[in-house]
Design a protein around this ligand. Sequence first.
Ligand code: HEC
Ligand code: HEC
Length: 495
Amino acid sequence: MRGKHLCVLLVAMAVCLALGAPALAQDPDGPAHAGTAGLTQAYVESLNPNNPHDFDTLRLLGQAIFTTPFNRQDGLGDGPYDPTEWPPFALGHRPTLQNNDTTFLRVNGLDAQSCNECHVIVSHATRPPTLGIAGVGGVVQQAIIRPTMIDVSDSFDDRMGYLAGHTPDLPMVPDGVADYNGRFANPPFLFGSGGVELLAKEMTEDLQAILAQALVATPGTVLQLTSKGVDFGYVTNVGYQQVELDLEGVGPIEPDDNNPAPALVVTPFGRKGENFSVRDFDRGAMQFHFGIQPVELFGDDDDDNDGHIDEVTEAEMSVLHFFGVTNPPPVQGPKDAAAHHGETLFANIGCADCHRPVMTTRSKKLPLAFPEVPTDPRANVYAQVDLKKVGFHGAGPGVAVPLYSDLKHHAMGPRLAETFEGDKPVANDEFVTARLWGIADTAPYLHDGRATTLYEAIEQHGGEAQTARDNFIGLSAGDKSDLVAFLKTLHTPGL
Ligand code: HEC
Ligand code: HEC
């Protein structure tokens, strides 16, 4: 490993020298991610992921970004608060806390120095816990997303202009509810993300193909939007080469019958299912957690006015993406008789309707593109990752992705609903079906880590999952424990 690290460093240094290393500002410490500073997208594209040496180089460069504790010399933190910017909590312009120079805020991001600070637990079930890179986080690592009010003391304060989660007309009374109008999210792991991204891309291709078919069909034709056995609603040709969309559980973009393609993008990443690729998620993560602005979003503009440009380059985001999609997938441990029985129950009582045990890809190759086009995963492809080389298996040309999810959004009922009051691309009670692979190791559960056991997580299901949940509650104590025994065979990789 050491040799490989050195090799990557030498490559990076050579690239640095060729381009001229960035001048250090006054702080003699310099930036923390200097090792990848001169990396170019052309260099990244010149590497071939099918060559084991190049594969390791790309992965280690990406891992370096994922584990770098960024500092102010890298552009960590937002620029000076600007009261003319609106909204005042917008990324790049967040207020400062106790004169800390807009480095950390903790609420609404600016909450860490490295990605791995939060994605750090590989198993919470072992003693001691297994720590590592790209794992889950506990409650202390949760993201507190865009609140403008957290009433932790359940006060009467009239300055709190609204009552998130309450009937709007209720007077503000101490009622045991700490009113809160943001999101609170538990960090999932990044294992097996390559398989998830390829499934989503193939599903997007299928939906786009059905749309194309509908556009040229005879008026009145209704086509079902189905991919890999998952139904996402209907598209109807309404004449004049126009369609009407009637969607179910796909993507965060509102259907627009005049521009239908963007709404037909499968978005598995983030607990709300808001992002179509790992890179798409990562772009937001860089800004939210670190105040680090990707060049691919801002060009040479110092949008946060912190005196740094090129905070994270296209090439650095490419290797970070590569790292994200080459993490090995979770594994299924041996099943005893109880777990076998639990697996049958899981299917019979309706859990598997959403938590689909396995979905298969057509190809084993995950296309990596830059710039990415959400509606067309085959546009601008610069490399293809062979998922069989990262631990996926499959008999045919594709790979099996044993994810226990349909990658679809579901309304989960009022108990699980968030009280977020900001712009909502996905409704408060809607989440993408949690992937249960690895679940034995990843407590706490549910989007905000509220469930400390698997039993609690199942019991909290409502909305579209109410019937399956009620079926579970109606099982005998022995059957319940068999079902949980089955879930406990689903492990994170390496254990
Ligand atoms: C403060 C903790 C924290 C830090 C730091 C952090 N993350 Fe996360 N990460 C989260 C949380 C919380 C979620 C779930 C967010 C949601 O559902 O909206 C998440 C989700 C993700 C996902 C989506 C995973 C999935 O399967 O849906 C990816 C990818 C990811 N993070 C990558 C990164 C990268 C890359 C960085 C560094 C640039 C990073 N994270 C830094 C907390 C963190
Ligand atoms: C209608 C679709 C649907 C059905 C049916 C369903 N689930 Fe879920 N499940 C979800 C969604 C969506 C989430 C994420 C909810 C959240 O994060 O708040 C989830 C979360 C979970 C979690 C927590 C995962 C984690 O990583 O935190 C477990 C465990 C789980 N489900 C088990 C089950 C079992 C067992 C059944 C059958 C009794 C079942 N589910 C039925 C959609 C469903």
